[in-house]
Design a protein around this ligand. Structure first.
Ligand code: DAH
Length: 359
């Protein structure tokens, strides 16, 4: 039979051992093992002592029980304390290792910039939107009717020679549009509120051309204004306002008679040379003239209205009632003049050193 003294002694030993082992427990995993060794339900040493209670004389049991309960509470308290300590330590180490130094400068992201032709397109669009125009989009693959026929250039018309393009195989015959003038026909045909039209048609165009100022793919914008009472004065005022908005009011604007099959009269629009500022003797850029050609334009030819009426099957644009003006120009040309670029191929080479200059 065990004695009360033996049991108390054993309890004291256990308490000291626990203290000793707690002091050398390095982390929470070994702390868990230690708890199992002392307080585990099945084979914990403190738990085991309780089983000895029954072996004591009955008068000793109360005191022994109190001593064992005290040991158990003490063990639990010390172990929880150690556990809290490990948790605190882990938290602190995470806080310091995961700290973000907000005083460091951020990583700069390389950001792209708009292509010069995009800048020009947006600028041109903004000017005309400001003048009350709508942007009208048409297909790049079009047909003979919209590109030539309806623009008063029948099959044998010599003006077609200047706009040789790429034809697609198949029926009906299709081609890559040679100019955005197709937008004149398409916008009149699609017009929901005839006869008034005020559109700008920017877009890609294609021709069998390739040199320092011509590319087989390039960009144009076409404008068309149709209504009752539109005059050459409207054309001149609108195009002068456009040139002044894009290049500056200091440039003189000049209107010259010209010829296009789809306008009558036809007008070519020049501005004072931006390279030599319109010096009398001129320079290389303006071929010694002091002027740069910016736009082709003119009053819509009655034959154009008639082609559209024929396609619509009714007289929607009666040349006796309505008139209009049209104009067209190249984005590349505007960009080359505005930014002083001498080789058109730079636009398509995707050379970052070139493109960066426009950011
Ligand atoms: N389509 C012509 C070209 O590509 C430009 C042009 C000239 C457009 C006169 C017009 C115009 O609307 O009236 O060269």
């Amino acid at each position: 039979m065990s004695s009360l003294d033996d049991l108390k002694k054993h309890a004291r030993e256990l308490r000291e051992r626990l203290e000793g082992q707690l002091a050398s427990t390095p982390d929470s995993a070994s702390l868990q093992a230690l708890r199992d060794r002392f307080l585990g339900r099945k084979s914990g040493e403190v738990t085991a002592l309780f089983k000895d209670l029954g072996k004591l004389a009955s008068e000793d049991r109360k005191e022994a029980g109190e001593a064992l309960n005290a040991l158990k509470e003490f063990s639990e308290a010390r172990i929880s304390e150690a556990e809290a300590h490990f948790e605190r330590r882990q938290r602190e180490s995470r806080l310091s290792s995961e700290r973000i130094d907000v005083s460091l400068p951020g990583r700069a992201r390389a950001s792209g910039s708009k292509h010069p032709l995009t800048l020009i397109r947006e600028e041109v669009e903004d000017v005309f939107i400001g003048l009350g125009f709508d942007i009208f989009d048409g297909p790049e693959v079009d047909d003979d009717f919209h590109c030539f026929e309806a623009l008063n250039m029948p099959a044998d018309h010599p003006a077609r020679d200047m706009q040789d393009t790429f034809y697609l195989e198949g029926q009906p015959p299709r081609l890559l549009r040679t100019h955005t003038s197709t937008g004149q026909i398409r916008s009149m045909l699609a017009n929901e509120n005839p006869p008034g039209v005020r559109v700008l048609c920017p877009g890609r165009t294609f021709r069998r051309d390739d040199d320092i100022t011509h590319s087989p793919m390039f960009h144009q914008f076409e404008g068309l204004v149709v209504d009752r009472g539109i005059t050459l004065g409207d054309l001149m005022g609108t195009l002068e306002a456009f040139i002044h908005a894009v290049f500056g009011k200091e440039y003189p604007v000049r209107f010259r008679p010209s010829y296009f099959p789809y306008t009558e009269p036809s007008v070519e629009v020049d501005m004072g040379c931006s390279a030599c500022k319109g010096r009398k003797t001129g320079c290389r850029v303006c071929k010694q003239t002091g002027w740069l050609e910016i736009l082709g334009s003119g009053m819509v030819h009655p034959a154009v209205f008639e082609s559209v009426n024929a396609r619509l099957g009714e007289v929607v644009y009666d040349p006796a009632e309505v008139s209009g003006f049209a104009f067209g120009s190249g984005m590349e040309r505007i960009a080359m003049i505005k930014y002083g670029i001498s080789d058109i191929r730079l636009f398509y080479e995707s050379d970052i050193r070139f493109l960066e200059q426009f950011s």
